[in-house]
Design a protein around this ligand. Structure first.
Ligand SMILES: NC(=O)c1ccc[n+]([C@@H]2O[C@H](COP(=O)([O-])OP(=O)(O)OC[C@H]3O[C@@H](n4cnc5c(N)ncnc54)[C@H](OP(=O)(O)O)[C@@H]3O)[C@@H](O)[C@H]2O)c1
Length: 209
């Protein structure tokens, strides 16, 4: 599958692209600065310049699947959280619908809630609005909800659950493996699940969904 990775230059998405290069899929890295191209050129991965604050139709056209791994991050203002994690995410879903890209995989988060009162409520609310749009869309979606992200080396041992509230950590390696795995496990379509580091082999956890 031709897979558009949105937010490709990010910490998780770079790991994801590296995995997809080793797979039967054909990743396309959506980046927002020309200087980021060199990293993907070295991997033999095509790039497309696009920014979630503007139309991204040119990036989406001709793809078979989208993996959304972008985010405004903790260092920008709350306005960017709304513009990127909420509105930008929905913009990409609408583009997928318009251009007939059926498969859409969202890197989300645990504890999302449109009425969140958490210390990062603006983030949890924005992600919940985007997730809800996706669930109500006609797209073949999967929503992967990690805990706090770490740079621990991946074990591919995880804990997967339909319970989306809680606490825990998720290595970015394990998360990247799960996002890539969703492309290959048909049972993940139409599912939202939390993904924490655990003791179940990833393939087994995805098969059970
Ligand atoms: N951190 C946590 O503990 C945690 C926990 C649960 C879920 N998450 C979710 O996981 C996501 C990925 O985490 P990460 O650490 O891998 O993220 P990251 O390294 O911060 O990467 C985010 C990527 O999004 C891109 N981006 C930002 N604004 C954009 C825009 N307007 N248009 C297109 N791309 C844009 C950035 O582009 P540039 O490279 O150009 O800046 C960056 O490459 C987070 O965004 C968050 O939603 C995080």
């Amino acid at each position: 599958m031709k897979v558009l990775v949105i937010g490709a230059n990010g910490n998780t998405a770079t790991r994801l692209i590296e995995r997809l290069v080793e797979s039967e899929h054909d990743p396309i890295a959506m980046i927002r600065a020309p200087a980021q191209r060199a990293k993907f050129d070295k991997l033999g991965v095509s790039t497309v310049l696009a920014d979630l604050e503007y139309p991204i139709d040119h990036a989406v056209q001709g793809c078979d699947a989208i993996i959304f791994a972008a985010g405004s991050g903790g260092k920008t203002g709350k306005d960017k959280t709304v513009l990127i994690d909420h509105i930008g995410a929905i913009r990409s879903m609408v583009a997928a619908q318009v251009h007939g890209v059926r498969r859409y995989i969202m890197l989300s988060s645990i504890n999302n809630d449109v009425n969140s009162q958490s210390p990062i409520a603006h983030y949890h609310r924005a992600k919940a609005h985007a997730d809800n749009y996706l669930i109500e869309s006609d797209l073949d979606y999967t929503i992967v909800c990690p805990g706090g992200l770490t740079d621990e080396v991946g074990t591919e041992l995880v804990s997967v659950s339909g319970k989306l509230q809680g606490k825990g950590l998720t290595s970015r390696d394990n998360l990247a493996a799960a996002l890539a795995g969703c492309l290959d496990y048909a049972g993940t379509v139409g599912q939202s699940f939390s993904l924490l580091d655990g003791d179940t082999p990833l393939a087994e956890a995805l098969t059970r969904l």
